[in-house]
Design a protein. Structure first.
Length: 291
C-alpha cells in the first residue's frame, strides 16, 4: 500500500518551506483585500504603510523559499530547484507589488489601480501554482481541494492581518466608517468557515487510508493514537475554531462602533490564525493531506 508521507527535506529546510508558504499567503491575501478599503476616506498613508509592509514580508518569504532549496549554484539552478511556476510567479508578484508601492509613494494615480489589480491576479495564480506542488495521487480530489485549501488560507491570513492593522487606523481617524473593517471581518469569517469545511472534507476522504504499509490510519494518527494528534487539534481548535468565535465577536463590537475592542480581538485572531496555518502546512508536508 502506498505511503502517505512526502519525501520531506531536513527539519530546518521544512520550516523554511512552511515560512515561505504561510508568509507569501499573508502578503497575497492582504494585498487582495486592499481594494475593500476606500482610499479617499482613509488617506494614502494607510496604503503606503500596507504596501511597504507586505513588500518586506514577501521579500522575506522569497528568501526563506530560496534557502529551503539545495544546490543552488547558478541562476538556472535558482529556478530549476523549484517545482512548476511557484517561484517564478512569486518573483513576478513581488516585482508588481514593488511597482505598486512606487505608484502610491509618487502619486501615480493612473497606474496605481492597474498595478494593484495585476498584483492580485499574479498572486492568485501563484497560490494555485504553489498548491499544485503538493498534489499526490494518494490524496482524493487533491487537484481540486488543494487549491481551494490554499485560497481559503490566503484569504484567512490576509483578512486577519489587514483587518488588525486597519483597526489601528481608527486610533488616528476615529471618524472613519466601520464599513471597511466589517467587510474584511466578513471575509475572515467566511474564509474560516471554508477552511474548516475543507478540513472536515479532506479528513473524511482520507481518514481510512494508512500512513505506511503497516502503520496507523491517517484518522488514528490525527486523533492522537500516533504521531500528529497534538498538531491536528491545535490546528483545528486554535487555528480555526478560536478565530471563528473571535470574528463573530468582532462583528458584534462593530455594531456599537467599538473599534478599539474590535482591533484587540482581531489581534488575537491574527495570532491564532498564523499559528494554525503554520501547523496546517506542517501537516501537509508530513501527510500530504491539506488540513
Amino acid at each position: 500500500m502506498a505511503s502517505w508521507r512526502l519525501p520531506c527535506p531536513r527539519p530546518g529546510k521544512t520550516m523554511l518551506k512552511i515560512f515561505f508558504i504561510v508568509f507569501s499567503q499573508i502578503c497575497i491575501g492582504g494585498v487582495a483585500l486592499l481594494p475593500l478599503v476606500p482610499s479617499k476616506e482613509i488617506g494614502e498613508g494607510f496604503f503606503k504603510f500596507m504596501g511597504a509592509l507586505y513588500l518586506v514580508l514577501m521579500g522575506s518569504a522569497l528568501a526563506a523559499g530560496v534557502a529551503s532549496t539545495d544546490h543552488i549554484t547558478s541562476f538556472g539552478d535558482f529556478y530549476s530547484s523549484w517545482d512548476g511556476w511557484e517561484l517564478a510567479l512569486a518573483v513576478v508578484f513581488t516585482a508588481f507589488l514593488a511597482a505598486y508601492n512606487l505608484s502610491v509613494w509618487f502619486r501615480l494615480s493612473a497606474l496605481k489601480g492597474g498595478l494593484l489589480g495585476a498584483s492580485v491576479v499574479l498572486g492568485g495564480a501563484g497560490i494555485v501554482s504553489s498548491s499544485m506542488v503538493y498534489v499526490t495521487p494518494n490524496v482524493p480530489f487533491g487537484i481540486a481541494l488543494l487549491p481551494l485549501n490554499f485560497i481559503a488560507s490566503t484569504l484567512l491570513l490576509g483578512s486577519a492581518t489587514t483587518g488588525m492593522l486597519l483597526g489601528h487606523w481608527y486610533l488616528v481617524s476615529p471618524s472613519l466608517s466601520v464599513a471597511p473593517l466589517r467587510r474584511i471581518t466578513l471575509v475572515l469569517l467566511v474564509s474560516l468557515l471554508a477552511a474548516g469545511s475543507l478540513l472536515a472534507l479532506n479528513l473524511g476522504l482520507a481518514g481510512s487510508r494508512t500512513l505506511s504499509d503497516s502503520g496507523p490510519t491517517l484518522l488514528q494518527a490525527l486523533i492522537g493514537i500516533a504521531g500528529y494528534g497534538m498538531f491536528f487539534w491545535l490546528r483545528a481548535l486554535v487555528g480555526l475554531l478560536f478565530p471563528l468565535v473571535i470574528a463573530a465577536m468582532v462583528l458584534q463590537t462593530l455594531k456599537i462602533k467599538a473599534t478599539q475592542a474590535a482591533t484587540g480581538l482581531l489581534y488575537l485572531a491574527m495570532v491564532a490564525a498564523f499559528a494554525g496555518e503554520m501547523l496546517g502546512r506542517y501537516l501537509l508536508l508530513a501527510t500530504s493531506v491539506p488540513l
